[in-house]
Design a binder for this molecule. Structure first.
Ligand code: FAD
Length: 246
């Protein structure tokens, strides 16, 4: 166990108004890949989010030490009273290993949100979603919400992962998703391999509209270049960066 400074459940705090810190209950934990899990949280002061927004999560150790991180909402705002967060475990991290190794169904965690007004989908179309690794999380919120509210609306996901076992939400990827494997494709794979390139963006069949790009710094840099090259206007390209390059 490498849960760092947080060996025990977080210290409860007084509950306040929506948008302020509140205590959520973990109702379901779903392993997505060997290093990614999804957590369903029930919120006492839930409010509908816009797909693309995130919550802040705060851990408090018994000695008062605190750590706070942001996690995108993966679920549709139609899931009343709850949100889903999908967390990639970083071996040398503080907060993500705590979620993976310590948090269990029924536990409580402190959250605040939803936040962000820029990386959000408000129903614009057509939409190109480009995600690398766990960068697919806010894009899945957009995709899930569109499937439930406006399935006819034009939207494609281009998703880059290392290997077959790293595909998050594998059972939900359909004709509207194009996956590329940068390291090890599954046996018999006939689709794209290697990093996202202009041919894969072209295969998505969209050259205008709004693009949402999310992943590591390096991923967002190169994907943005490709999307602009494909014809998207700079003001219609929205990006979210999850952390240092890698
Ligand atoms: C708006 C926003 C939304 C986010 N949404 C998600 C999400 O949906 N799912 C998710 O898993 N993460 C998401 N993140 C990243 C998340 O906030 C944390 O940064 C991540 O979980 C690492 O936290 P940690 O405490 O485990 O590691 P830390 O203790 O912060 O870092 C440990 C080590 O990993 C490096 N590192 C930190 N973050 C990353 C990263 N993202 N990639 C690679 N190396 C990193 C650090 O430099 C350090 O060396 C989001 C970040 C932002 C800003």
């Amino acid at each position: 166990m490498t849960s760092g400074a947080f060996p025990t459940p977080v210290t409860p705090v007084e509950q306040r108004a929506p948008g302020r810190w509140q205590i959520a209950t973990v109702t379901r934990i779903k392993p997505e890949t060997p290093r990614v899990k999804s957590f369903r949280l029930e919120l006492p002061m839930w409010m509908p989010h816009l797909p693309g927004q995130h919550y802040d999560v705060r851990l408090t150790a018994p000695d008062g030490y605190r750590a706070q991180r942001s996690y995108s909402v993966a679920s549709s705002p139609l899931d009343h009273g709850e949100i889903e967060l999908t967390i990639d475990r970083l071996d040398d991290g503080e907060v993500s290993p705590y979620f993976h190794e310590v948090v269990m169904e029924g536990d409580q965690v402190e959250v605040r949100g939803p936040f962000a007004s820029y990386f959000v989908w408000r129903g614009e179309a057509p939409v190109l979603l480009v995600g690398g690794g766990s960068g697919v999380v806010p894009l899945m919120a957009i995709l899930r919400h569109r499937r439930r509210t406006m399935p006819e609306l034009e939207m494609r996901l281009v998703y880059s992962v290392r290997s077959a076992e790293d595909v998050i939400y594998a059972d939900e990827l359909d004709d509207d998703a194009l996956v590329t494997f940068t390291r090890e494709p599954p046996p018999g794979w006939r689709g794209h391999t290697g990093r996202i390139d202009s041919s894969l963006i072209a295969e998505a069949g969209l050259d205008s509209g709004t693009a949402f790009i999310c992943g590591s710094n390096g991923f967002v840099e190169s994907a943005s270049g490709l999307v602009l090259e494909a014809g998207f206007r700079p003001e219609r390209v929205r990006t979210e960066r999850f952390g240092p390059s890698g």
